[in-house]
Each structure stands twice: as structure tokens, then as C-alpha cells.
Design a protein around this ligand. Structure first.
Ligand code: PLP
Length: 497
């Protein structure tokens, strides 16, 4: 290739915003990788090249300097500049056929495929909040100005905590959480047993990876939370669906049909999605089974701060004498989900392995939100916020129950509604949940079918009843009323005006 051909192969766009030396650098690099300029070929001297290209000599010098630093060019003063012989030919060959972004370079291995398929389909909301979104707390109540002040204060005074920190999390936060969990949830723990995670999702993932071998059986509430069954499947576990009834997980069923499971996942304070609490006899039966089988129990206590009637329920962890319960908590419901803060309380001997696994995953959770949360708790904002939102949630729950009672009593029957951010409503007659949900979306409301929580492995013995999960905590009362009107119109087949 002579100099003129070379110049033709290096298009420069003088109207582009990228500096010319960057364009020249990119064009030469691409020509080398395409094989248009071969290893060993001499590039024109800078004085001549700048004239050929009609650019300044400095432009060429800068481009050569970058390419030399990256190993594409070799050369010395007086000996000219050459394309490096070290540029491997295969790199040039593969670069000739750039991979199409739409197709995977090669199929995913089995583990990768299991990860992709594990959650069935990730549910997230790209649209604005509307009735009856599930899993969402009331965020317009959250004192963001206080939070911003607390984060700002920490950011203005960076200290050694801003370096790589303890994978278990910010110690002052773990100390505060320890006091809170003991007092409000009856959790028995020390700060050393608490590990801060990026939401409870990360805790569920870590636990599944650390505690299960491929093929191990794990009990899963049926219907139950995909965020828990997904990590179990991704770890290669065999998910064994265990039915739930008015007392929570049917432990006897699990013992009869899958006695040697290695782990059971439960939401004993507030079953997701059906809303009941696990009775004391069931809790004791579950703990006895786990102790006998040396099985782990993962207690997901995701929204128990919000209990509207009766005394707060103590945790399952507080009854554990065998060291089998791992308590998982989240700030997603009491603060807001986008914060991505959660924690787990491990039996003492499991804490260190979990800390190591957490370090492997992401070293530790971002420090500033942990610090802000510690200050938020220590300054009393946390308790105040929970009290305020509990009152608001209870009011909104009453509005929803009242509206369903008035408008839809012949169509729906509500499940337990004494805690949490949502309630389930069963169809009285035969209904296709999916059709109702689709009609809801067309009319601007979200109706989560209970079938969303069915385990694919479940057979008729743990069939999910037909109905809807309706979130109320984040929805203003007029919208709740309006949403119920819309739902009534859908269920009665009436047009909407
Ligand atoms: C049963 C259950 N556990 C945990 C969570 C919270 O998950 P995260 O802490 O990852 O936001 C939710 C949220 O909807 C949930 O329904």
C-alpha cells in the first residue's frame, strides 16, 4: 500500500466534534485490526504524513503516540514508525468480521442458561406509579430532604470508610440494626452475625450459592416469591413446591414428600402472595424438621414492620435453638426499593463464610447509603417514618377493603389484610386471571394475577387459587377508589366511560 492508498483508507471527518488526532488514531487502529495495514509495514514520516492528510504535524504525532502506547506501532527516532510485529494476525482476522450484536458469540453454558431462566421473567415497572402496583411502599412520605442532608454530611467529611471496607457492612449500622431487630422482631443476634447486602435479593442469591449443591432439594412456598425461587434454581437446586394454607407452609406435606431437602424458604410473618402468618405449631414443626435434617431455613421477613392489627409477630429466628435459621430483611418496604439495602442475620458459624461470599460478589455494599441509614436510625427518623407510613398504609388498606366491599362483594373475596403493602383478592366465580390483568392494563390499572407466584414445578396438590394481588400502600385513596371502579367494570363486562 502506498502513501496515497493509505490516506484513502483513513477517512477523517473535519465537521465531527471528535478531535482530528483521535479520528486518525481510531482510523489507523481500525485499519491495523482489519488487516488493511499489515504488521511490519512502515507508516509515512510525520512531516510527510501531515501534508498528505492536510492536518498539523502535532495531530499525527499525537495519534502515533497513542498508538505506540497501546502497542500498535513501534519505532525509534530516525528509524521510522512501523506497525508492530506483535499485533497478532488472528486479532486482525477476527476483526474483519465484527460480531453481530444481535447474536451471542457462543451459546451460554448450562449455568448461564440457568441464571437467565431462573426468575422466569424479571418484573420491573417502566411506567409511573398507578393502582394497584405491588411491592411498592409510599415514597412521597419519605423524608428525602433529611436523607439528602445525612448523605451530604457524610460526603463532605470523607474518612477511611470511603476506601475498601468491611464486606459485612458498616459496623455502626450493624450495631443499630442489631438493637432494632432484637427489640422489634425478637431476633437473637450480635452485630457480627449481621451482613449488609444490596437488597434482600442479594442475600437470597448468596445463600443459594453458598448453601446448596446442584441437585439439592429446596422447599419453596407454593405459591411463593420468584425472587427466592429464582436464586434456588440458578444454584442448580431442585425446587420442591410445598403448599400453603391458612397456617402457612404445610410442613407435614414437605416432610412426607420431600423429607431430605437441604433448605426451606419461608415468609412466616406475611406469606407472599396470600398474606397469612405462619401459626406457632407450624413454626415449631418447621424448626424441628430443620434441626432433625440439618436443613437451613431462610426466613424472609420483608414487610413485617407493617402490621395493622394485633401484636407484632416475633421472628422464626427467635425460636431457633439449632442454628438453622438465616433471617433476611430489607429496607425496600420501609424506605424504598431503589435504595437497594438489605441485610441477613446468620447463625454465628455461618457469618464468616457469608462475609467471604459477599466479598467475592461485590466486596461490599456502597458505603454512603449505609452511613446515611445509620444516621437516619440513630437520629430517630427511621422509627418516625415507620410509624407515619404504618398509619397511612392502614388508611389506604381500609379504603381498598371498603371499596371492594361496596363495589365488588359479589365478585371478590379478600384474603388476610392485617399486614403488608398489598392484599390478595380471590375471584368468587371462574375467571381467567390473565384476561382480567390484560383488561386492567388496557384501562390503566395493574392487576397482578396470583398465578404469577405459581411454581412451575407445582402439581395439582399445590395449585394456586385464582385471584389478584392488589398493592395499596403507594396509591392515593382517590386512585384506589377509581381503580376499584375500573376493576368492577372489567369484572362485570361493563364499558368504561
Ligand atoms: C417476599 C419478598 N421478599 C423480599 C422482597 C424485597 O426484595 P429486595 O430487598 O431485593 O428489594 C420482596 C419485594 O417485593 C418480597 O416480595
Amino acid at each position: 500500500m502506498d502513501s496515497h492508498q493509505l490516506v484513502a483508507a483513513l477517512p477523517l471527518d473535519r465537521s465531527a466534534s471528535a478531535p482530528l488526532f483521535r479520528q486518525l488514531y481510531a482510523a489507523i487502529k481500525s485499519a491495523i485490526l482489519r488487516g488493511a495495514i499489515s504488521p511490519g509495514m512502515a507508516l509515512p514520516p510525520t512531516r510527510q504524513f501531515c501534508q498528505l492528510l492536510s492536518v498539523s504535524r502535532q495531530t499525527v504525532l499525537n495519534a502515533y503516540a497513542l498508538l505506540s502506547a497501546e502497542g500498535y506501532l513501534d519505532g525509534a527516532v530516525g528509524r521510522g514508525t512501523y506497525v508492530s510485529l506483535a499485533v497478532p494476525a488472528p486479532a486482525a482476522a477476527t476483526a474483519k468480521t465484527p460480531a453481530k450484536a444481535a447474536t451471542l458469540l457462543r451459546p451460554l453454558p448450562a449455568r448461564g442458561q440457568a441464571m437467565v431462566a431462573a426468575m422466569q421473567q424479571v418484573a420491573f415497572h417502566a411506567s409511573a406509579l398507578r393502582a394497584f402496583r405491588v411491592g411498592m411502599p409510599r415514597i412521597d412520605h419519605f423524608p428525602f430532604h433529611v436523607w439528602a442532608r445525612l448523605e451530604g454530611r457524610r460526603r463532605r467529611r470523607p474518612d477511611h470508610y470511603f476506601g475498601y471496607g468491611d464486606p459485612a457492612g458498616f459496623l455502626p449500622l450493624r450495631e443499630l440494626l442489631c438493637v432494632y431487630l432484637k427489640a422489634s422482631r425478637g431476633v437473637q443476634c450480635t452485630p457480627q452475625q449481621i451482613i449488609i447486602t444490596s437488597g434482600s435479593q442479594q442475600a437470597l442469591y448468596l445463600l443459594s450459592q453458598l448453601l446448596l449443591a446442584p441437585g439439592d432439594a429446596a422447599w419453596m412456598e407454593s405459591p411463593g416469591y420468584r425472587g427466592a425461587s429464582g436464586p434456588l434454581r440458578a444454584a442448580g437446586a431442585t425446587v420442591f413446591p410445598v403448599p400453603v394454607d391458612a397456617d402457612g407452609m404445610d410442613v407435614a406435606y414437605g416432610e412426607m414428600h420431600c423429607p431430605h431437602a437441604r433448605l426451606a424458604y419461608v415468609t412466616p410473618s406475611h406469606q407472599l402472595p396470600l398474606g397469612m402468618a405462619m401459626s406457632l405449631p407450624r413454626r415449631l414443626a418447621l424448626l424441628a424438621w430443620a434441626a432433625r435434617e440439618q436443613a437451613w431455613l431462610v426466613e424472609d421477613d420483608y414487610d413485617s414492620e407493617y402490621r395493622y392489627a394485633g401484636a407484632p409477630l416475633a421472628s422464626l429466628q427467635g425460636l431457633d435453638t439449632a442454628g438453622c435459621v438465616i433471617y433476611v430483611g430489607t429496607l425496600s418496604k420501609v424506605l424504598f426499593p431503589g435504595l437497594r439495602l438489605g441485610y441477613m442475620v446468620a447463625p454465628p458459624a455461618l457469618a464468616e463464610p457469608l462475609v467471604q461470599a459477599k466479598a467475592l460478589l461485590d466486596r461490599h455494599t456502597a458505603i454512603v447509603p449505609q452511613m446515611a441509614l445509620a444516621d437516619f436510625i440513630a437520629d430517630g427518623h427511621f422509627g418516625r417514618h415507620i410509624r407515619r407510613t404504618r398509619t397511612s398504609n392502614a388508611e389506604r388498606r381500609d379504603v381498598l377493603l371498603g371499596a371492594i366491599g361496596r363495589e365488588l362483594d359479589d365478585q371478590l373475596v379478600c384474603g388476610p389484610a392485617d399486614s403488608g403493602l398489598e392484599l390478595c383478592a380471590y375471584f368468587r366465580g371462574r375467571r381467567q386471571e390473565a384476561d382480567v390483568a390484560r383488561a386492567g392494563l388496557e384501562r390503566g390499572i395493574e392487576l397482578r394475577p396470583l398465578g404469577h407466584y405459581a411454581q412451575p414445578e407445582a402439581d395439582g396438590r399445590c395449585a394456586t387459587p385464582a385471584g389478584l394481588l392488589l398493592g395499596f400502600a403507594a396509591i392515593a385513596p382517590p386512585e384506589i377508589e377509581q381503580g376499584v371502579q375500573t376493576l368492577a367494570a372489567i369484572l362485570r363486562g361493563r364499558p368504561l366511560y
